[in-house]
Ligand binder design. Structure first.
Ligand SMILES: C[S@@+](CC[C@H](N)C(=O)[O-])C[C@H]1O[C@@H](n2cnc3c(N)ncnc32)[C@H](O)[C@@H]1O
Length: 381
């Protein structure tokens, strides 16, 4: 494995907190270029280049060094997976059934403990180890969305100062870049929807997690919205107000704890919102489609249909999905030991959308050039 030797590594000065990237180039491509069959063709497929503010802050040699570490750890995990030492084993979608018990996972139940230990030992950071214990909670994503934001990470009574090596890794690994680029694209799509309205748009964030991507999008739009956040993780929902104040979000924010995979609960929410004339014109669901699929006991089309039913006619639903042709998949599932992620091809995503009864010609697909996620915007007639 690549050795961690970086002289004079220091943390760049943080600028504005929780910055989004910038879309610097976009180009339409043909469906066949990403294996999409003619019968499922969407309205458009656009390749998007996103400039990431958290990479350019580091000297290039440090970025390359961090990338080399990621690649060599992923290679160990891949070699060991192909040799049968571990598997990308599916299991239940993670869900916190008991509000008093935090979301946890048995460390060695997922991924490759050997590759993981090699990587984290090499990093030699108690803060990085404590961060790993946050997985799979959405809290872990906060540190990837802004690797410079927090001075320390607190776990129970212990506080771990976050070192420069850990911040560099959070800045340069592919999954962190993908999580930031999907937020940038999502924010840009939401901004377009908001600016086409006179403000006050009813917006539903499904599996909102830390709520940060939705809040970033709202701040970027600079317009007020009536934001409703649904998730099962109470801790994440509790952060909403805190973040709304810190980021200066305009409009109103409400939260509701709901099992989004429960079709009846979603139908009830839909009926309630309809009766109150509060059906959303914008629904955003990042980072949740990966937790659907037959191996996880959640039918993705049924789940999508339940969200689609909530949407106002003329509204837009935006979803994210990790791509099966992404680079370094064994880093996320093997080295970081993130629980099972159901990756899909663009064609598979479109098939799920078609199976939900939605015409795929109403879809616009955006593919950030880092290759990790696809973001799909579906316009409801
Ligand atoms: C990977 S996070 C994504 C969070 C956020 N949308 C983002 O992009 O940063 C997935 C979220 O889904 C939530 N979740 C998972 N299963 C759920 C369920 N059955 N019902 C409600 N929320 C669920 C988790 O609590 C977590 O906050």
């Amino acid at each position: 494995m690549a050795e961690w030797i970086i002289d004079g590594l220091s943390t760049p000065a943080p600028e504005v907190p929780f910055q989004l990237g910038t879309i610097v180039h976009s180009e339409q491509i043909e469906p066949a270029e990403v294996g999409v069959s003619a019968t499922l063709a969407p309205a458009s497929i656009v390749q998007v280049e996103v400039a990431d503010p958290y990479i350019d802050l580091w000297p290039n040699e440090h970025v390359l060094r961090g990338k080399a570490l990621e690649e060599s750890a992923a290679e160990i995990a891949e070699t060991r997976r192909l040799a049968g030492f571990w598997d990308r084993a599916p299991g239940g979608a993670y869900i916190d059934n008991d509000v008093n018990t935090p979301l946890t996972k048995a460390d060695d139940h997922w991924g490759d403990p050997v590759a993981s230990q090699a990587f984290f030992n090499n990093l030699g950071s108690p803060a990085a180890e404590a961060w790993k214990r946050l997985i799979p909670s959405a809290q872990a994503l906060l540190y990837l969305l802004d690797p410079l934001r927090f001075p320390s990470l607190t776990e129970d009574e212990c506080s771990y100062e976050i070192d420069a090596r850990t911040r560099l890794m959070w800045s340069v690994v592919s999954d962190a870049i993908g999580i930031r680029s999907r937020s940038t694209v999502m924010a840009s799509l939401c901004t377009n929807s908001l600016s086409n309205s006179s403000g006050g748009v009813k917006w539903l964030s499904v599996a909102c997690g830390t709520v940060l991507p939705a809040m970033q999008a709202l701040v970027a739009a600079g317009l007020p919205a009536d934001l409703m956040l649904i998730d099962w993780d109470e801790k994440s929902l509790a952060m909403a107000e805190e973040l709304a104040t810190e980021l200066g979000v305009q409009g109103t924010t409400t939260t509701q704890r709901i099992n989004i995979f429960d079709h009846a609960a979603m139908a009830e929410l839909s009926a309630t919102l309809l009766s109150q004339s509060r059906s959303p014109a914008l629904i955003e669901m990042m980072g949740i489609f990966e937790y659907t699929g037959e191996n996880l006991g959640v039918d993705p089309s049924t789940f999508l249909a339940s969200a689609w039913d909530l949407l106002q006619p003329g509204g837009t639903l935006i979803l994210g999905q990790m791509r099966s042709d992404r680079p370094l998949a064994d880093f996320a599932m093997g080295v970081i030991q993130w629980p099972y992620i159901h990756m899909r091809s663009i064609n598979e995503i479109l098939q799920i959308i078609a199976n939900a009864g939605i015409d795929t010609s109403t879809c616009r697909i955006y593919l950030p050039s880092d290759g990790i996620y696809a973001i799909v915007a579906i316009d409801k007639p």
